[in-house]
Design a protein around this ligand. Structure first.
Ligand SMILES: C[S@@+](CC[C@H](N)C(=O)[O-])C[C@H]1O[C@@H](n2cnc3c(N)ncnc32)[C@H](O)[C@@H]1O
Length: 267
């Protein structure tokens, strides 16, 4: 894909990459022109691969899967572009450090907490009921962000803010309450890791312009594409699992102008 061609990337990566666990030994050297990482005071560095050896650290494996993809995501984002990476509390800290090194700390915009209330409640710890979504921008001076893109929500104590404010509602913060995809609702596709449209609508409408291009390279059931299509954005969905592409094709049945590559919607 061309450099700087995408307005918004949403990434909901698989945790279990299924790859062989190989430790890459890396070294970085200063390179202001062609560097793929940003360090202290915005200095750029190029990564050199020195060799590899087998090991058992699942997080290093995970990060070595994600790292080259994050580098490409940054490359294809426009100056006004934004990346959302959907993670959970076990992975988010590792990915934050990795993304800081690729985008630069000054390009970190938010950590959105998506809180839900579903599933069991173990008695030996606080039941984990949230996901973490890291938000990075390509350029902190130029990124697109429409604060009115997402719906408003009711005040908790409307009596304290006056009738007109109470009627208008308040803007969302970085903590979002939204239910998971209901198990028997019409939105449900059957794809196991499907995310709710309510979450993707907020992301797409706030962080991409109408007519812009939204890309999801771990698209699963295509939720990000549905949210983009509804809001008049163009979309590019990629998944290496043929079942995911079949689910997406079913979801987009009857939608004009959808093109497929490496897949026939009638198969
Ligand atoms: C967590 S799911 C995404 C779910 C999606 N957000 C939705 O709402 O349905 C991650 C997806 O990444 C896909 N995937 C795994 N490895 C991949 C790879 N190397 N390239 C592209 N897709 C991959 C999986 O097939 C899976 O559908």
């Amino acid at each position: 894909m061309a450099d700087q061609s995408v307005d918004l990337i949403y990434a909901d990566p698989p945790f279990n990459t299924g790859q062989r666990r190989t430790l890459q030994t890396l070294r970085t050297v200063r390179d202001e022109q062609g560097g793929d990482r940003v360090g202290f005071q915005g200095r750029r560095y190029r990564t050199l691969r020195l060799g590899s050896s087998s090991y058992l650290d699942v997080f290093d494996d995970y990060l070595s899967f994600l790292s080259p993809r994050f580098v490409e995501f940054r490359r294809v984002l426009k100056d006004s572009g934004t990346l959302y990476v959907h993670l959970d509390s076990r992975e988010v800290h590792y990915c934050k450090v990795l993304l800081d090194s690729i985008f630069g700390r000054s390009c970190f915009l938010n950590e959105v907490i998506w809180a839900y209330d579903y599933g069991g409640r173990p008695r030996r710890r606080w039941p984990a009921k949230h996901d973490n979504i890291l938000v990075y921008v390509r350029d902190p001076r130029r990124y697109y962000f429409d604060p009115e893109g997402a719906e408003r929500i009711p005040y908790m104590a409307p009596g304290l803010v006056g009738p007109s404010k109470a009627a208008r509602g308040k803007r969302l913060t970085d903590t979002w309450w939204a239910t998971i995809v209901p198990t028997n609702g019409k939105e449900r596709t059957g794809y196991p890791t499907q995310k709710p449209l309510a979450v993707l609508r907020r992301i797409v409408r706030t962080s991409s312009p109408r007519g812009g291009l939204v890309a999801d390279f771990f698209a699963g059931s295509g939720t990000c594409g549905i949210a983009s299509h509804e809001a008049d954005r163009n979309f590019l969905l990629v998944d290496d699992n043929p079942e995911a592409v079949r689910v997406m094709a079913r979801r987009f049945e009857g939608v004009q102008g959808v093109q497929y590559e490496g897949f026939s919607p009638r198969s």
